[in-house]
Design a protein around this ligand. Structure first.
Ligand code: PMP
Length: 305
């Protein structure tokens, strides 16, 4: 990742990609206190557009606020910097990674003398689980690792350290031959994937866990909006893993994962074992929206030029 051409926005300046470095005593590297976003830009008929930029910037600032980090830039400056990171790398579609982290001014966990740095990098990144997964669906496994408790980690924050739990779960799932993990909350109810929100469909109704142990996903919100517009009934409630086993359809949502069908959980086929009709319709509506094939929700697409 480090050895490539291009530029990275770093504390207000565009610096050459290979020179966007930080010291080994960077505080966030040691304790995981950093906040970040995953954003995507898509090619649209009007030019390259960042999808739901304001929502991502708002969540970045909310995450920082929760963690007590003060981002030394305004939201408008971060929005402009995000546009610049895509534009100045000449990307027509991109995955964008804003990150705010503590510098190397001190090492104590008191963290009272630290500078907050912000970087925004953008590069081309295709389908997170491969193009095929978007069509055929993925196999997932219930994780032995519990998702965060609301009073241990702050689940509304998209914080770097939270992803230790995600990585443990994903490593375990992959080593067991699955594509992704399903994490349960501390009470045993379905929470989310290692980097995705989960939905199931049963008898034409869409169910998804309430936002407690899971991240308040922006794609989750987009898909709920699309489902409402399609007239599909939505219920946000606690879901058990066996409800997923007997669902007609299941899918993950996320900026990286987009709308990825799930065809199997713990060796049990879900529904027909492939992308179901409700999932397919929502997935198509999602891709039409992000790529500007529809005029709907034009305010969600920010052109980079
Ligand atoms: N849950 C977790 C743990 C995630 O990392 C992500 C990706 N940011 C999501 C859910 C989906 O969130 P979004 O749709 O905002 O990308």
């Amino acid at each position: 990742m480090a050895d490539r051409d291009g530029v990275i926005w770093y504390d207000g300046k565009l610096v050459p990609w290979r020179e966007a470095n930080t010291h080994v005593l960077t505080h966030s590297l040691h304790y995981g206190m950093g906040v970040f976003e995953g954003v995507r830009a898509y090619k649209t008929p009007d030019g390259t557009a960042i999808f739901r930029l304001q929502a991502h910037t708002d969540r970045l600032f909310d995450s920082a606020h929760i963690m007590g980090m003060k981002i030394p830039f305004t939201k408008d400056e971060i929005n402009e910097a995000t546009r610049a990171a895509v534009r100045e790398n000449n990307l027509d579609s991109a995955y964008i990674r804003p990150l705010a982290f503590y510098g190397s001014e001190g090492m104590g966990i008191r963290a009272d003398n630290l500078k907050v740095h912000v970087v925004i990098a953008a590069w081309h990144w295709g389908a997170y689980m491969g193009e095929e997964a978007l069509e055929t669906g993925i196999k997932i496994r219930t994780s032995s690792f519990t998702r965060h408790h609301v009073n241990i980690s702050m689940t509304r924050a998209k914080a770097s350290g939270h992803y230790i739990n995600s990585m443990l779960a994903l490593q375990e799932a992959v080593s067991a031959g699955a594509d992704e993990a399903l994490l349960l909350d501390p009470e045993g109810y379905v929470a989310e994937g290692s980097g995705e929100n989960i939905f199931i469909v049963k008898d034409g109704v869409i169910y998804t866990p309430e936002v407690t142990a899971c991240l308040n996903g922006i794609t989750r919100n987009t898909v709920l909006t699309l489902a409402r517009e399609q007239g599909v009934e939505i219920v946000e409630k606690r879901i058990t893993r066996d409800e997923v086993y007997i669902a007609d359809e299941a899918f993950f949502t996320g900026t990286a994962a987009e709308v990825t069908p799930i065809r199997e959980l713990d060796g049990r086929q879900i529904g027909a074992g492939r992308r179901g009709p409700v999932t397919e319709k929502l997935q198509k509506a999602y891709f039409d929206l992000v790529t500007g094939q529809t005029q709907a929700h034009a305010e969600w697409r920010t052109l980079v030029k």
